[in-house]
Design a protein around this ligand. Structure first.
Ligand SMILES: Cc1cc2nc3c(=O)[nH]c(=O)nc-3n(C[C@H](O)[C@H](O)[C@H](O)COP(=O)(O)OP(=O)(O)OC[C@H]3O[C@@H](n4cnc5c(N)ncnc54)[C@H](O)[C@@H]3O)c2cc1C
Length: 328
């Protein structure tokens, strides 16, 4: 392990991680950057997101998170601030602990250890996939071509003029269907509970009835269409039924990547997200979280940016305060 204690370490190279790095570096704070090992990247929303249409100026990027990130890191590495960035390419953090002296010790996937005074953890979340005949494979090509989507605020507008389904059996799935109907009035709307019993209350059932939102409880056995074209035709159900769909949402919940915070005894809410103060600091002094993993904020790129700036600026303020001359 190096003797050096870096002022800041950023874990994660998605929307929150890259904004954290940009801000800490522009604040002139030396930063260790762990963008994630290939296995971390593969499971991240950052890698998965294709076109982003709800952020001004982003419409031409083919990969709405990966492309601008590469540009940003390259820009830093060619800038006056290049010495402030320690970019540990393809490195993920496997273990984290807090020493008796109060700094964090981070061990990466190559077994190397580093020390940092402050940490911003931006490991993100992932959407739960429907298992179709025991596998996620049938849904992926359609998710990759953005005919199956997960985020109402990002991609709800794609349902305009399209026969739509929502896969899920909880109240969340029903409300996605209700909101999409109220906003875009697609020609048809069906909730596919995929073999589960629907968990809808009376108000929800009333609205679904009013809006002619159908519910089908049969398990999904196949997806029909051509993901390359791309075109979705619908879902085959176990009872031989076919449900037409030109676009589908999946609303099955999220997996929160909170293993590192958990190992530090960071407080976690009942859904797995991490509550913080207004700067993103957790109950563990010096340990901040930003982006989707932080409780109480929208799961969006621009909120990931904002939460990252909160944390980076608060850390800078603590570092400046510690260095500031004090009257004797
Ligand atoms: C299909 C889809 C479409 C979306 N479209 C939009 C959209 O149009 N507009 C919008 O604003 N938002 C959109 N979102 C939401 C957006 O992707 C997230 O809000 C955003 O990516 C959150 O940023 P984040 O940094 O918290 O997480 P991510 O961007 O997912 O980044 C997580 C990072 O953590 C890294 N990581 C994980 N574990 C470790 C570890 N142990 N060590 C080091 N690194 C680690 C990963 O490699 C990754 O780099 C969409 C989401 C999905 C699923």
């Amino acid at each position: 392990m190096e003797d050096k204690i870096y002022p800041v370490a950023v874990i994660g190279g998605g929307a929150a991680g890259v904004m954290s790095v940009l801000r800490t570096v522009l604040n002139n704070d030396e930063t260790l950057f762990f963008p994630g090992a290939p296995k971390n990247k593969k499971k991240s929303r950052a890698l998965w997101v294709a076109k982003i249409e709800n952020i001004p100026g982003f419409h031409d990027y083919k990969k709405g998170i990966v492309n601008p990130h590469k540009e940003t890191i390259s820009w830093i590495e060619a800038s006056n601030f290049k010495d402030k960035l320690h970019h540990l390419k393809n490195r993920g953090v496997e273990e984290i602990s807090k020493s008796d002296e109060g700094h964090f010790v981070l061990k990466d996937n190559k077994g190397e250890s580093y020390r940092a005074q402050y940490v911003i953890c931006c490991t993100g979340i992932m959407d739960v996939q429907p298992m179709i005949s025991g596998s996620m494979d049938p849904i992926f090509p359609y998710a990759n071509s953005q005919l199956v989507d997960y985020c109402l605020r990002c991609d709800g507008h794609h349902t305009k003029d399209k026969k739509t389904t929502v896969i899920g059996s909880g109240a969340g799935a029903a409300w996605v269907a209700i909101m999409l109907h109220e906003r875009y009035a697609p020609p048809s709307m069906t909730v596919l509970t995929h073999g589960e019993q629907p968990q809808f209350d009376e108000e929800t059932l009333f609205l679904m009835d009013e809006y002619n939102i159908k519910v089908k409880t049969g398990e999904i056995t196949g997806v029909k269409g051509d993901a390359k074209e791309p075109r979705l035709e619908g879902f085959e159900l176990e009872n031989g039924e076919f449900c037409e769909a030109e676009f589908s949402f999946v609303s099955l919940g999220s997996i929160i990547y909170n293993e590192l915070p958990k190992s530090l005894n960071v407080d976690i809410d009942k859904r797995g997200y991490i509550p913080t103060d207004k700067w993103g600091q957790t109950n563990i002094d010096g340990f901040f979280v930003a982006g989707d993993i932080r409780a109480g904020i929208k799961n969006q790129v621009y909120t990931a940016w904002d939460s990252a700036v909160d944390s980076a600026d608060n850390i800078n303020s603590k570092l400046r305060n510690a260095r500031r001359p004090k009257p004797s």
